[in-house]
Design a protein around this ligand. Structure first.
Ligand SMILES: C[S@@+](CC[C@H](N)C(=O)[O-])C[C@H]1O[C@@H](n2cnc3c(N)ncnc32)[C@H](O)[C@@H]1O
Length: 230
């Protein structure tokens, strides 16, 4: 049945592509991200996970950060609240990181984070984990848990037909390069359902992490290391 199992097919942009194609890809991705308010889950869930008082100054690692757009939006949003969030962007593609000229960008793999234990207050990932296999997502979770001091928050797409056909409809009206459209639809097919991801998180051994659905279209892995909320 349609979407009953997650697809393991590689996306077009899983391979390194020329800068001109990547530039177009991130232009389209940023347009869709604005439409779907991709920063909103982080703006809502981080303060509720950590407690507002613990959000005043945060060092954040964004894993699979792409061109670093999420970090820019979050740092600006936090700044407007008088908070200082310093974001480090990590991506397996050095070309993607280089598109964020002003940011702190590191090329590296989510499966072997090039940082010591407890290097960041918070480790986040947006629309990145669906790029991984079932085994790899557990490895990434263990790595994120190792390098965070306080919390992790991963947000991705939930595999469901309403989201798939919503994207398909949007692409009838919005013009995007064909490889981007194909990857976006494939991303939904590659994502997890809540129960599937919950089983993987449980098997990872990271006891503090939990999985929840977020407003229908998204799935979230979240966890705090200590009781921080006041
Ligand atoms: C769909 S993009 C998401 C970009 C951004 N986080 C966002 O929400 O718009 C997925 C990103 O994950 C990166 N990625 C995929 N596998 C990775 C891995 N194993 N380690 C680090 N980054 C990875 C890709 O290079 C790509 O930039």
């Amino acid at each position: 049945m349609f979407l009953s199992r997650r697809s393991l097919q590689a996306e077009y942009f899983d391979s390194e592509r020329p800068v001109a194609e990547l530039t177009e890809f991130f232009r389209s991705l940023n347009r869709m991200n604005r439409l779907f308010r991709f920063a909103q889950p982080f703006q809502s869930l981080v303060p509720s996970l950590l407690g507002e008082n613990n959000c005043v100054a945060l060092s954040v690692l964004d894993v699979g950060a792409g061109d670093g757009s999420l970090g820019q939006v979050l740092a600006k949003w936090a700044g407007a609240r008088g908070w200082r969030w310093q974001v480090t962007n990590l991506d397996i593609s050095a070309r993607s990181g280089a598109m964020n000229g002003n940011g702190r960008n590191i090329a590296g793999s989510a499966l072997r984070l090039p940082f010591r234990a407890a290097s960041f207050d918070l480790v986040i990932a947006s629309q990145m984990i669906h790029h991984l296999s079932d085994v790899e997502v557990q490895q990434m979770l263990r790595e994120a848990w190792r390098v965070t001091r306080k919390a992790i928050l991963f947000c991705d797409l939930h595999r469901n037909s309403i989201l798939y056909f919503t994207l398909w409809l949007i692409f009838l009206f919005q013009s995007h390069p064909e490889p981007f459209r194909a990857d976006a639809l494939l991303s939904v097919k590659k994502s997890w359902k809540t129960g599937e991801l919950r089983r993987l998180v449980l098997a990872s051994g990271v006891a503090g992490a939990e999985v929840r659905r977020y407003f229908g279209a998204r799935i979230v892995v979240q966890g705090t290391k200590t009781r921080l909320k006041e």
